[in-house]
Design a protein around this ligand. Structure first.
Ligand code: ADP
Ligand code: MG
Length: 545
């Protein structure tokens, strides 16, 4: 049995170094990551077994922990799918894994944040080296003729060879560093498992040389339990398992639906936006289970893109076990579930806005821009989404805190339209001459400085029966009765100047008019009522239109 020696890529080497040296106050997460891999491996096998039930037969899928004080090793063992030689090389070896480099670039030095990243980037396996100075993986894929042994000290290289593991599955043996012996103590192991892995849907057992194995977690998928039995801590730790987030979620909603459609959903709103929220390549979506069998990780079809910040899962009895991404697209059951989930999330946000304003503020600061996409994308729910929007305004010029309802509530009687002004930045907007006349009239103007706002107001033309109108449009004065002067008379009086101005400016303006909009500045540029706004023209220019 000769083993081949391979070099780690330079990237992997620095990743390992970093991992070992940066996680010292959070070492225990290695167990969460390895148990999570073992549980994934069992999920994968269970999925394959839906076509081929004799693969599992009567066997119980489980994760076993063996602490051996004599050899100073902790073993995490599963009877899941296992790995072929090729799998091992791909997953634990040369690491052409795309996550590695991005992970390195994203490390911030803040340990809490960085541990979250380990999970998010799919580099969890390497966390083994936080506590081990040598890791041996014995594995056998369910359909492979031979077993494989992988071994590394986490420095420059690893070896790979033929193994003698007879049973299907994977065994990760951690040769613990001298100062990490606490991870051989049963109470410590139980504590960590309960903290991170209690709700995993398969048993995690402590194996003892003498005495019966002890299952140390609940071993029941959390979402299948009645709500009344689940504590906030349970929901929170399940969320951490699911999302690899280190912060508690902001809010969640757990619902069992029976009748026409049959599904359970458990959806979370995180406290913080993930690093890749704006990465278009990034897969999004919630986990999909069919009758408790894990089907896929990020089923994008179950929620629209503007709710991509939602984490969680859907478990349904209404889809076939062999459902694929292709089948999900345009599937009527999926469409119905999605519509129901959107309502559910919007309800949750309504509730947050009404009852937990501070949490809603956090939500808005992290995900407001994403939610705004919903105004453009989701016609059916436009009004509900509009209700959740928050803007800066001339009344509250520093932060996006004014809702449209609040705006309407204090609108003076003389004002007929909801006024807004779009621009590059809040500070530019605050000083815009366009506001002068409205200020004087006592009309509040919403100040919109996000790139997407231009599209938002393009699609949200009305709210609660009131039209939205740009304060930069030619006849914004029609938003209310603010013109008390006789426009016709003034236009006659200044006819000569008005005619000459466009020519003097080389026709760079379409026309010149008198207006009551200004009280201090002598003139300002306004967009034509039916033309593109200046902002939109800028955006189109930038995108090369
Ligand atoms: P992730 O779990 O996010 O993919 P990891 O670094 O934790 O990233 O694991 C890398 C890969 O190694 C997994 O995707 C899986 O293919 C493989 N792997 C790790 N542990 C096991 C295991 N116990 N059984 C089977 N495959 C495993
Ligand atoms: Mg993992």
């Amino acid at each position: 049995m000769t083993a081949e020696r391979h070099e780690f890529q330079a990237e992997t080497r620095s990743l390992l170094r970093l991992m070992i040296h940066s996680m010292y106050s959070n070492k225990e997460i290695f167990l969460r990551e390895l148990i999570s891999n073992a549980s994934d491996a069992c999920d994968k096998l269970r999925f394959i077994a839906t076509q081929n039930p004799e693969l599992i037969g009567d066997a119980e899928l489980a994760v076993e922990l063996v602490a051996d004080k004599f050899t100073n090793t902790l073993t995490i063992r599963d009877n899941g799918i296992g790995m072929s030689r090729e799998d091992v090389v791909d997953n634990l070896g040369t690491i052409a894994r795309s996550g590695t480099k991005k992970f390195m670039e994203s490390l911030s030095g803040d340990q809490a944040r960085d541990t979250q990243l380990i999970g998010q980037f799919g580099v969890g396996f390497y966390s083994a080296f936080i506590v081990a100075d040598k890791v041996t993986v014995n594995t056998r894929r369910y359909d492979a003729a031979e077993a494989v042994v992988w071994e590394s000290t986490g420095e420059g290289d690893y070896t790979i060879g033929v193994g003698d593991k007879a049973a299907r599955g994977t065994e990760v043996v951690l040769h613990l560093r001298d100062d990490e012996k606490e991870f051989l103590e049963e109470p410590r192991l139980s504590e960590i498992v309960r903290k991170y892995s209690d709700h995993i849907g398969l048993p995690i057992k402590l194996i003892r040389k003498e005495g019966e194995p002890e299952t140390i977690n609940q071993a029941r998928a959390l979402w299948t339990r009645p709500k009344s039995e689940i504590s906030d801590e349970d929901y929170t730790s399940f969320y951490e398992h699911l999302s690899h987030d280190y912060e508690a979620p902001l809010a969640w909603t757990h619902q069992k639906v029976e009748g026409n459609l049959e599904y359970t959903s458990l959806l979370y709103i995180p406290k913080r936006a993930p690093f890749d929220m704006w990465d278009r390549e990034q897969q999004r979506g919630v986990k999909l289970y069919v009758k408790r069998v894990f089907i896929m990780d990020r089923a994008a079809e179950l929620l629209p893109p503007y709710l991509r910040f939602v984490r969680g899962l859907v478990d349904t009895a209404d889809l076939p076990l062999n459902v694929s991404r292709e089948i999900l697209q345009g599937n009527r059951t999926v469409d119905k579930i999605r519509a129901a989930l959107v309502k559910r999330v919007l309800d949750l946000l309504d509730d947050l806005a009404a009852n937990k304003p501070d949490d809603f503020k956090t939500f808005w600061s992290q995900f407001g821009k994403v939610l705004k996409e919903g105004i453009v994308e989701d016609h059916a729910n436009r009004d509900r989404i509009a209700k959740l929007l928050r803007f800066a305004s001339t009344t509250a010029p520093d932060t996006a805190s004014v809702s449209l309802d609040e705006y309407l509530g204090r609108m003076p009687e003389a004002q007929e339209k909801i006024l807004y002004l779009t621009g590059e930045s809040l500070s530019a907007l605050r000083n815009s001459p366009h506001l002068e006349g409205f200020r004087k009239a006592g009309f509040e103007v919403l100040l919109l400085s996000d790139r997407i706002d231009e599209w938002v107001v393009g699609h949200l033309t009305e709210y609660q029966g009131k039209k939205l109108e740009s304060a930069a449009r030619g006849d914004a004065a029609a938003a209310g009765k603010i013109e008390t002067f006789d426009k016709a008379k003034h236009e006659l009086e200044f006819k000569d100047v008005l005619d000459r101005l466009p020519k003097a400016l080389n026709e760079r303006v379409a026309s010149a008019r008198v207006s009551a909009r200004l009280t201090e500045s002598p003139s300002c540029l306004v967009a034509p009522e039916h033309g593109l706004s200046r902002q939109l023209i800028e955006i189109l220019k930038q995108s090369g239109e």
